[in-house]
Write a protein that binds this ligand. Sequence first.
Ligand code: HEC
Length: 128
Amino acid sequence: MRKLTTLGLILCLTGCDGTENNTTTASPEMPRFDATDLIVGRSTWMGTCRNCHLTGVSGAPAVADYKAWRARIDKGEQALYSSALNGIRDGAGDTRMPPRGGNDRLTDEQVKRAVDYMIASVRHFNRS
Ligand code: HEC
């Protein structure tokens, strides 16, 4: 936790303008859902994806930052599965999002369920 707080502070020093509630620096309480797929997805998300997507480390869209997610969600879940499985590189070919969040032990199914959980959580935070 201490590490995340420090990272949040650094992000805030460089990214907070102080005029609005900057969700990329908050550490929200992650929701729980009843659907089995989302319970499985939460477990993977907490183990791997949380590291970057909880507060938005290294340019990752933070889970509570709906503005950062809206256009991504509009691409449809297949596109998001593909990004999560294959990773995302920038124009120079450098890795932005590592394939499978950098955890090669995850199966395709686990990565997809983690994406499902992330989308459900993004919607949850947008409502609450
Ligand atoms: C090392 C940091 C890191 C980890 C760990 C990580 N991500 Fe990401 N993720 C990123 C970054 C950075 C982006 C934004 C990349 C971009 O659009 O340039 C991103 C974007 C995404 C997107 C949006 C893709 C799109 O097409 O818009 C999804 C979905 C995603 N991550 C899923 C996951 C899942 C699922 C996990 C866990 C298995 C995970 N990420 C773990 C850094 C990470």
